[in-house]
Every structure is written in structure tokens, then in C-alpha cells.
Design a protein around this ligand. Structure first.
Ligand code: GDP
Ligand code: IMO
Ligand code: MG
Length: 428
């Protein structure tokens, strides 16, 4: 194997700026791969003032001649997939070649209905606050072995037969449990058949393609969606998403061998945000949280929901570093902290009167954790045009070095603005 595989993951609760980092690294990459999640993601890329939000397609789609792959671990929403492709085409930006795994599961209309019905069923105080994109129900069907995969959309007769069995069960759930109207077979089958025809030209064999790419010495970048603290196994369960968002998911979700990994790069926002329900020890419901939300434009790229905001949580961050075996950090949105008189960092949790630096993801435990803060000085200078670490104000450099030291991982990239070029590269 002569090639190299890097994995980009989010280290917090998502929206760290993974899209920007993938796009920024893009010129050195040959193959971009999404390996888990689906259209619940919203990855923003801004080039020359123009904004593009990728939900399902890899953030490398803007690079002419490169290869983009949707791996088997992704759940593919055909409507969203085709819409994103069409939007790119209309803007003249569908520049990369795209290959979709035949084994990727398909998010069907009944998954989206179920997602919303189950949230309503959980009710206030219990709902997860999902994106409503059908992600959970689709992964449930995958593991229950009753899902439809991309390859199943390509054979009309088989598709009709499978759907008729599936709908029999779903419609019983809809009518008997959730008070929804049943879905007629043809209302699902006929569009699904059309989706299959439209997706067919993109279906290939990512396992073989990726292995050949490595043999040819190519550079592969796996683009994680969501983030470590939303991981189905290691996140703040049950307030998580339904896939393996940590670096380990990059292998089951692509078929690449575990030994092929070169670097794990964690994207870390200079403060914390979370969207949806679930514990967040550093959430600030007062002025600081509001200031971060306004300055940072913290509104969801997929659902438009305001993100919950607060100071950086080093307890969660150190957990994410160890869990993913992170080699390098890309620190984003440092510019958002400009003008803050003081910056606070959560260094430990107070759990029932005892300080702990152990992150326990179980929601009922994390809910009881109160942040213990250290205070660092802020800065006022505009840093959005800084191109070197040395040109940052002293307090900003100190903050970066503080995080580096406490996380035990070098910060190799610093974001000082949303545009591709507003990045300080320290040797990534
Ligand atoms: P992702 O889901 O991890 O790709 O992140 P999102 O795209 O959902 O959210 C990140 C937001 O921050 C987007 O609006 C980006 O354009 C923006 N962004 C990324 N990096 C920076 C940065 O360094 N500074 C500023 N001000 N904005 C950034
Ligand atoms: P990116 O890739 C932030 C959250 C939802 C909800 C929980 C479960 O842009 O960082 P789901 O629809 O996945 O079943 O919702 O996960 N969530 C995200 N939060 N960024 C994301 O993606 C997210 N994708 C899902 O808000 O709390
Ligand atoms: Mg996002």
C-alpha cells in the first residue's frame, strides 16, 4: 500500500467546521469519502465569498477531476442526493467524479415519517431533537436486516416485492401505533424506481476503488459527519445520532483496512456548540452564550435551529482525543472569540461535590456535571486576516497553546474566518 488515508472527525457535538477543513485540505487530496451518517449533516464551504452547504455529498465535490465516494456506511436519501447534484450542476460546480456504494442503505419516505412520529411519541423532555431526516429509523432497518440498499433500487421487480413486505409492517405501525395514514405501495415504489434509474450511473465498487487508489499511491480523505460526542456507542447516549461517528467508523463504513490510516485529524471549535437535546455542561443560557451564537452565526446548516453555545469543554475534548487517537487538531472559529474580555475553559466537572476530569457520556451522569472553569485573558485585535501564528495577538496564541497542552495534541490548523483562505496552516 503506497497511498495514505487521513480521517477528519468532529471532536465535539458537530458543526465544528469539518466542511471547511476538508475543502481547505482538498488540493492535496485525490479521493474524498463520506463513511457514515446521511443528510443530517450540513458541511459549509465558502470559496471566494460563495457559500455551499453539503449534506450528503463529500465536501470535495468542488475540485475538478477528483474522486468523491459515498461508502457503504452512509445512509443515502435519494431525493436529497439528486437535489444536491442538480444544484451543483446548475452552478457549474459538479466538478468531481462521484461513486456510490451499492451497499449503502437508502433513507425511504417512511423513515422520515417514522423519525417525526417517534419524536412526537417520545414527547417533551424525552425527545432527542433529531434533524427529522429519517436517519435513526433507516439505521434501525439496516441492523434489523430489513433495509433497502442502493443496489435494491436498481431491480424493479425485486424492489416492488421487498417494498410490499416492508410497507405491510410499516403501515401497521403507522395506523395502529402512530396515528399516521398508511402509504400506498405505488406511492413509494414508483418514485423509488425513478431514483434507482437516476442513481444507477453513479453506482460502483468503493471497496475495490479505494484499495486500488491506495495501491497507486493516492491520498484518501475520510470525511466524518456529526461528531464524537454524538457517536452511537461513545457519545452522550441516548442523545446521539445513529452511526459510528468516531474515527473507527471510517473502516466499517468504507471497507478500507484499519491498518491503512495515516493521520486522524480532529476538528475542534474554539468554544462549544450543540444542536438538539441532551446534556451540555458548558451551555451558557445568558449573555455569553448569546454573544457566541451571534458572533459565530451559530444556526444549524441543516435545520436552521439556533445552536446552544458555551465555553470550550476540555473534559469532553480530552476524551475525544483519546477515543479517536487524534494526531492533529484543526482549531476553528478562533476569530469568533475576538472582543471577549475574558475566555473561560472548562477544565474539570464538579460531580456531586467532587472534581473529576473523567468524561462519562451517559446522559443521566453528564446531566449532573457542573463545569469548573479556568479564566484566560481575551484579545481585541481583528485576527481575520492573520496568515501566520506569530501574527496573532499574544492572548490568542496563549489560548491556542493552552488547548494544545491540555489536549496533548498539536494544533496544526487555525481557522480565523469562514473562507477557505482564512486559515493559518502550521504544517498539516
Ligand atoms: P461542519 O458541520 O463541521 O462542517 O460545520 P458547519 O458547516 O455546520 O458549521 C460551521 C460554520 O462555521 C459554517 O458556517 C462555516 O462557514 C463556519 N466556519 C468554519 N470555520 C470557521 C472559522 O474559522 N471562522 C469563522 N468565523 N467561521 C468558520
Ligand atoms: P454535522 O455533520 C450537529 C444531532 C441532532 C440531534 C442528534 C440526532 O453538520 O456536524 P439525527 O437526525 O442524526 O438522528 O439527530 O444529532 N445532529 C447534529 N448536530 N451537527 C450535525 O452534523 C448533526 N447531525 C445530527 O441535532 O441532536
Ligand atoms: Mg454542520
Amino acid at each position: 500500500m503506497k497511498g495514505k488515508v487521513d480521517i477528519i472527525i468532529g471532536a465535539q457535538w458537530g458543526d465544528e467546521g469539518k466542511g471547511k477543513v476538508v475543502d481547505m485540505m482538498g488540493s492535496d487530496i485525490d479521493v474524498f469519502v463520506r463513511y457514515q451518517g446521511g443528510a443530517n449533516a450540513g458541511h459549509t464551504v465558502i470559496v471566494e465569498g460563495k457559500k455551499i452547504v453539503f449534506h450528503l455529498l463529500p465536501s470535495g465535490m468542488l475540485y475538478p477531476g477528483k474522486l468523491c465516494v459515498l461508502g457503504n456506511g452512509v445512509v443515502l436519501d435519494p431525493e436529497q442526493f439528486l437535489k444536491e447534484l442538480e444544484d451543483l450542476h446548475e452552478r457549474g460546480q459538479d466538478r468531481a467524479r462521484l461513486v456510490v456504494s451499492p451497499s449503502a442503505h437508502v433513507v425511504m419516505p417512511y423513515h422520515k415519517i417514522l423519525d417525526r412520529a417517534q419524536e412526537a411519541f417520545r414527547g417533551k423532555g424525552h425527545m432527542i431533537g433529531t434533524t427529522g431526516r429519517g436517519i435513526g429509523p433507516c439505521y434501525v432497518d439496516k441492523y434489523a436486516r430489513s433495509g433497502l440498499r442502493v443496489e435494491d433500487l436498481l431491480d424493479g421487480d425485486r424492489l416492488r416485492e421487498s417494498l410490499s413486505t416492508i410497507l405491510e409492517e410499516k403501515n401497521r405501525l403507522f395506523t395502529k401505533l402512530y396515528g399516521e395514514t398508511p402509504l400506498p405501495l405505488d406511492e413509494v415504489y414508483l418514485p423509488a424506481l425513478e431514483w434507482g434509474k437516476a442513481i444507477a450511473p453513479y453506482v460502483g465498487d468503493p471497496v475495490q476503488i479505494l484499495q486500488e487508489a491506495l495501491d497507486e499511491g493516492k491520498r484518501v480523505l475520510l470525511e466524518g459527519a456529526q461528531a464524537t460526542l454524538l457517536d452511537i456507542d461513545h457519545g452522550t447516549y441516548p442523545y446521539v445520532t445513529s452511526s459510528s461517528t468516531s474515527a473507527a467508523g471510517g473502516f466499517t463504513g468504507t471497507g478500507l483496512p484499519v491498518s491503512s490510516v495515516d493521520r486522524v485529524i480532529a476538528v475542534v471549535k474554539a468554544y462549544t456548540t450543540r444542536v438538539g437535546e441532551g446534556p451540555m455542561p458548558t451551555e451558557d443560557k445568558g449573555e455569553t452564550g448569546e454573544a457566541l451564537r451571534v458572533r459565530g452565526g451559530e444556526f444549524g446548516a441543516t435545520t436552521g435551529r439556533p445552536r446552544r453555545c458555551g465555553w470550550l469543554d476540555m473534559v469532553g475534548l480530552r476524551y475525544a482525543m483519546r477515543l479517536n487517537g487524534v494526531n492533529a487538531i484543526a482549531l476553528t472559529k478562533l476569530d469568533v472569540l475576538t472582543g471577549m474580555k475574558e475566555i473561560q475553559v472548562c477544565t474539570a466537572y464538579d460531580l456531586n461535590g467532587t472534581n473529576t476530569d473523567r468524561f462519562n457520556g451517559a446522559a443521566h451522569i453528564l446531566e449532573q456535571c457542573r463545569p469548573v472553569y479556568e479564566t484566560l485573558p481575551g484579545w481585541n485585535e481583528d485576527i481575520s486576516n492573520c496568515t501566520t501564528f506569530e501574527s496573532l495577538p499574544r492572548a490568542a496564541r496563549d489560548y491556542v497553546e493552552y488547548i494544545e497542552k491540555n489536549a496533548g495534541v498539536p494544533i496544526k490548523l487555525i481557522g480565523v474566518g469562514a473562507d477557505r483562505v482564512q486559515t493559518i496552516n502550521r504544517g498539516l
